[in-house]
Design a binder for this molecule. Structure first.
Ligand code: HEM
Length: 455
């Protein structure tokens, strides 16, 4: 067995500068490590052994081959557990298997036609708002992050919880933004201050957690009171019996935890993905035109529906390409080896941390030539065949792959297809180039203003 370490920075400050880089300039630091040391990088931060793997084969080794022994690093999970409880996102081993099994039926393909109908309701409401603005001023200028977050939140509440949250949208949006920011800072911190300490930080955190807690508990309690099966995720969770396992059901606390995870995970990352998709479309009118022409061929004069999606291959490639250049969930791939494992021929000792970066692998010119170019054709035959397995993983891969992957792809395609048919999109004049920052998701740092006009 190989006992050598991959190359990497070996400064006398024991990785302090690297730790600072990961904290303050995450994207740049990953890109520099890859450029300077290659596909496999090793370094120490104090007592911690840290490996970076950027090669697609290694991504699969970590996430697929060794998925049982390489688990999510528990440290960042403590942060998310503060508001998610011990949900599917946090759990490991048998407990995770059980929770995932109980939630999985909500993501069976037969449910998607129904979800898509509810998605259409939210999308049509947005189209009407944009049309009303256009009728007044000739165009609609929108803060795209606010607009997409409100839309995806509305969609997740309507589809999985049959609940209208419109009156709380802004409050929830602010709470989620606060929790995302807090999550990113606390994930880097050596410890988390106890919540009872009356610091300003804790006050903000408690307020945001209270908003989310009240919203989710109210949904769970109301459904218990009503005692009706609405055929959605919430009814499913409340009635769930683990037939394949212990035959038990979920407590209200567990239903609350899973609901919280799905409400947060189910809208925030998708909204971030849509922010970048719209930015790229605004900069590429030719690609928008090709989408419209495909929509016309496939759907005629009607809006795209769920049954049209398999035929919209170019639109699908457009969404995939946006998720390649800007993978929204880049902070989730920090893992820990629970046993000695061998990856890419290197012996990785038990206890080591292993980091992957979808952003670096997605922007590697060996797998994606001219990687910064928005070029959806790379996801169409024949070029798509030359993309190696493990080179594109915005949703992860292996057993812990995102449970909402098909949901998100359906949602993004319906939103993009519907709006592109009716509107041209461009940057509002004077809008500076957005700077990506990593909080819980990869987002534009400042407000990104886009202009919608009639086609
Ligand atoms: C563009 C949108 C989305 C992206 C990029 C995304 C990405 C991801 C990634 C990278 C993971 C972690 C994989 C890993 O750790 O190996 C994940 C996990 C997860 N995602 Fe998503 N996601 C998206 C949308 C959604 C939606 C719409 C839902 C729910 C409706 C959802 C629910 C979850 C859950 C519950 C997990 C944890 C799964 C587990 O640990 O078993 N996500 N997602």
């Amino acid at each position: 067995m190989a006992t050598t370490f991959p190359p990497g920075p070996s400064d006398w400050t024991f990785g302090v500068s690297l730790a600072r880089g990961l904290k303050y300039r995450l994207i740049e630091t990953y890109e520099n490590l890859h450029r300077d040391y290659g596909d496999r990088v090793y370094c120490r931060i104090g007592p911690i052994r840290l490996y970076f793997f950027f090669h697609p084969d290694d991504v699969r080794e970590v996430l697929v081959t060794h998925s049982k022994t390489i688990i999510r690093d528990p440290r960042p999970l403590r942060v998310f557990a503060q508001w998610n409880g011990n949900s599917m996102l946090i759990a490991e081993g048998e407990q995770w298997v059980r929770q995932r099994r109980l939630v999985q039926p909500a993501f069976q393909s037969r449910r998607f036609a129904g979800y898509a109908e509810k998605m259409d309701v939210g999308i049509n409401a947005l189209k009407q708002t944009l049309a009303a603005d256009i009728a007044r001023t000739g165009h609609a200028d929108v803060d795209i992050d606010q607009t997409m977050t409100a839309l995806t939140l509305d969609i997740i509440c309507q589809t999985l919880f049959s609940t209208d949250m419109k009156s709380h949208t802004e409050e929830i949006r602010r709470a989620v933004a606060t929790l995302s920011e807090i999550a990113f800072v606390e994930m880097q911190a050596p410890f988390i201050w106890p919540l009872w300490l009356p610091t300003q930080w804790n006050r903000r955190k408690k307020k945001a957690m209270r908003v989310m807690d009240e919203v989710v508990w109210e949904m769970v309690r109301q459904r218990r009171r009503e005692n009706v099966d609405k055929g959605d995720l919430l009814s499913m969770l409340l009635a769930a019996v683990d037939d394949e396992g212990d035959g038990g059901s979920l407590t209200d606390e567990q239903v609350r935890n899973e609901s919280m995870t799905l409400m947060l995970g189910g809208h925030d990352t998708t909204a971030a993905g849509l922010d970048w998709l719209w930015l790229l479309l605004a900069k590429h009118p030719d690609i928008c035109e090709r989408c419209r022409s495909e929509l016309q061929t496939v759907c005629g004069n009607k809006a795209p529906t769920f049954t049209d999606l398999p035929a919209l291959t170019y639109l699908n490639a457009v969404v995939r390409e946006a998720l390649r250049i800007y993978p929204p969930a880049i902070g989730v791939f920090l893992r820990k080896a629970t046993e000695d494992v061998t990856i890419a021929g290197y012996e990785v000792p038990k206890g080591s941390l292993i980091s992957l970066s979808s952003l670096v692998t997605h922007r590697d010119e060996r797998w994606f030539p001219d990687p910064h170019r928005f070029d959806p054709d790379r996801f169409l035959p024949p070029r798509v065949d030359s993309i190696p397995h493990g080179a594109w993983f915005p949703f992860g891969t292996g057993p812990r792959v995102c449970i909402g992957q098909s949901f998100a792809m359906t949602e993004m395609m319906l939103i993009a297809g519907n709006l592109l048919r009716s509107f041209r999109v461009s940057l509002v004049p004077g809008q500076p180039e957005p700077v990506p920052v990593v909080t819980a998701a990869l987002r534009p740092r400042d407000s990104l203003w886009l202009r919608f006009e009639p086609v």
